[in-house]
Design a protein. Structure first.
Length: 122
């Protein structure tokens, strides 16, 4: 099957992180398999992994629920899998932050910062 190029708006299902591969930075994340993709796939997977190479990308980590618009080349695997190689990526919505879940490590860091900043002289 030939590679196809698509543009779609979606949200991030699983956050991605920077990876260094072949001496260039690459962001890897997963999106829900979108309706625009379905006609192109025989057995559509639930999610699709995305690769994005761009040194000037301004978000170190994309969080779950971030709304994005992307233009990508779909690469079809031999076993029916699919990967998106992103040519353009634009964050269209706010970067979602789950403020109800803050790690203890983060809380301790904030506490130390606060104590340092507002410490009363003895």
């Amino acid at each position: 099957m030939e590679n196809a190029t698509i543009t779609l708006e979606t949200t991030i299902a699983y956050p991605g992180k920077w990876r260094v591969k072949d001496e260039e930075r690459m962001i890897v994340f997963t999106i829900p398999c979108h309706s625009e993709l379905l006609p192109l796939l025989e057995k559509p997977p639930k999610t699709v992994q995305c690769y994005y190479r761009n040194l000037r990308f301004k978000y170190g980590t994309l969080t779950k629920g971030t709304a994005i618009r992307l233009t990508a080349v779909i690469e079809f695997g031999k076993r029916g899998g699919v990967q998106l190689h992103i040519k353009e990526l634009e964050v269209v919505g706010p970067v979602a932050q789950d403020l109800t879940k803050v790690s203890t490590k983060m809380m301790n860091k904030w506490t130390k910062q606060f104590e340092k900043q507002y410490a009363l002289p003895l």
